[in-house]
Design a protein. Structure first.
Length: 132
């Protein structure tokens, strides 16, 4: 029931599945905050905005995976709810989102390049000193 409610609530925030090419999109952050508040209040939960971001990414990944296989009966109820408001092409849904700045990417390779170029991710130990 909580997942179905999350999907019902998600449709009010299209910014959650749109591509964001600019870092720290305030509309995305606000949508996450509002959605988190709605779900927490309705279900007496204490989800953080980070947990909500992860949940939204899981929904989008599920939908991206299921979209080419529409005939699969497993999880049909969830898929049918998603298909009413999410884009009809997997290419229109971000696959990966940077946890540092919320910029969206179509695949893991592009996200890794961004993390390395912008956030010095994977450059350890050179960026953070040496062991000696």
């Amino acid at each position: 029931a909580i997942i179905m409610d999350l999907l019902d609530q998600m449709k009010d925030f299209p910014t959650l599945w749109e591509f964001h090419r600019e870092p720290n999109n305030p509309d995305y952050a606000e949508a996450i905050k509002k959605l988190c508040t709605r779900i927490n209040e309705k279900w007496s939960l204490n989800l953080s905005t980070l947990q909500m971001r992860c949940s939204i990414n899981r929904v989008l990944n599920f939908y991206r995976f299921m979209l080419p296989c529409k005939k699969i009966k497993m999880f049909k109820e969830y898929f049918d709810k998603c298909v009413k408001f999410l884009p009809s092409s997997v290419r229109d849904i971000p696959l990966k989102r940077c946890a540092h700045c919320d910029v969206c990417y179509i695949n893991q390779a592009h996200l890794k390049k961004h993390l390395t170029d912008v956030h010095d991710y994977l450059k350890w130990p050179s960026s953070y000193g040496s062991w000696s």
